[in-house]
Design a protein around this ligand. Sequence first.
Ligand code: NAD
Length: 470
Amino acid sequence: MTKNTNNPYYNLFQKQKSNQYKVANSTYNQRINKLNTLKRAIEITFRDDIKEALYNDLGKPDVESEMTEIYQIVGDIKYVKSNLHKWMRNKKVPTPLSMLGASSYIKYEAKGVCLIISPWNFPFNLTFGPLVSAIAAGNTAIIKPSEMTPHSSALMKKIVQSVFSEDEVALVEGEVQSSTDLLKLPFNHIFFTGSPVVGKIVMKAAAEHLASITLELGGKSPTIVDSTANLKTAAKKIMWGKFMNCGQICVSPDYALVDETVKDAFIKECKTWLKEYYGENPETSDSYGRIVTSKHFNRLKAHLDDAKSKHATINSGANSNEDVKYIAPTIVSDLGNDASLLEDEIFGPILPIVTYKTINEAIEYINTKERPLALYIYSKSKKNTKQLLNNTKAGGTCINNNIIHYANHNLPFGGVNNSGIGKSHGYYGFKAFSNERAVVKQHTFGITELLFPPYTGIKEKLARLTVKWF
Ligand code: NAD
């Protein structure tokens, strides 16, 4: 620990460390009171400020801010409130006959001092969501939000300060260096949401202290549209899921993998829905957002330039306005395998369309890439759906829809390998921030004592009987 005394966050960390048992031993009512105060701050006191900050940072339409940020956090808190009593209780488990005279249970105890590092695309939801789970499980937490969305980060700091004392929850603003400094401290759990590249940095830092981790990462989430799909509803949902928040969503459909026989009809439907959602000129639409920073704008622009230089077909969009970080909802097809759009996670409003001849070919294509956070299937064929589900891996899947699995509190949310480690939301979030402590209580003389040394006479016989019968 001595080497950390110069760390700018050392004192804050120590304060939380000293307070951790008080917080861990808080009752159900005390935790609910805290969550209620946070809920009031988000739902009432700061509601308009939240929408304003999101508009300033991301040009987020108010309806999207209500639905994808405020509603998600408030919904999370409501769900935790109606279940926490059950989750906090010790869970009795059976005890084998060979341990006669003892009983066993699992005690859900707080992990301790936690670090939450969050991204910029849903700054409130992806910061307060994990915080709700951390509080429910009785932890203290230091939060580091993204520097890319400064209005949101400054407001979240204000909200945190209005609800918590800093020895329980504190928010630290700052650039990457702040995360780097925080990651040197011996946190008990680190909950990181962001890119796989930074996820690896976080995992290495956690290894120094053997801190447990939850990594909520991203990647290329495929959307399969087979020849049996209802193309009209598939396009309707994909155009909504892809272009909400300007495609800056971890579970957004990254690319569409479409049966070649329905490609043209599918693209036609997509264009119809784009016009329906955003009008003739999406730049003037109140329902369409903006790219977060110039750096991200230029990254996406480079993808488009690469596609154009390789003679891909631009089916829709591709125009942009750097001054306001606008990129039109774009659909691109006929890309070669060397197109940059097919390599990295796009995280922006560009949908590449890749065609396949057979479901096996689609599966092979998916499996040449890292395991995705989400995989979506549009099909009326049970056989195709089953084949896709059984021969690919993904953090989550929607069949004939996209994104909505994120909003079901009863489901675990998270990735697999490159798209994440560990799960969050509802009970799974509570578990991520809890240590499941195994407790055995001896009530009477334990039968195991019959087998203590010295191992003489009847003991060998007893050991054999135990192996055979218990
Ligand atoms: P990012 O990884 O660049 O940054 C995330 C956080 O890490 C930020 O707070 C940032 O300050 C910090 N950070 C950046 N570089 C760091 C470093 N070198 N060391 C330590 N900390 C560092 O991600 P982003 O651009 O904010 O978000 C986009 C990515 O996040 C996408 O890959 C997306 O798929 C993913 N994402 C995943 C989820 C999920 O729930 N699985 C949700 C949203 C976004």
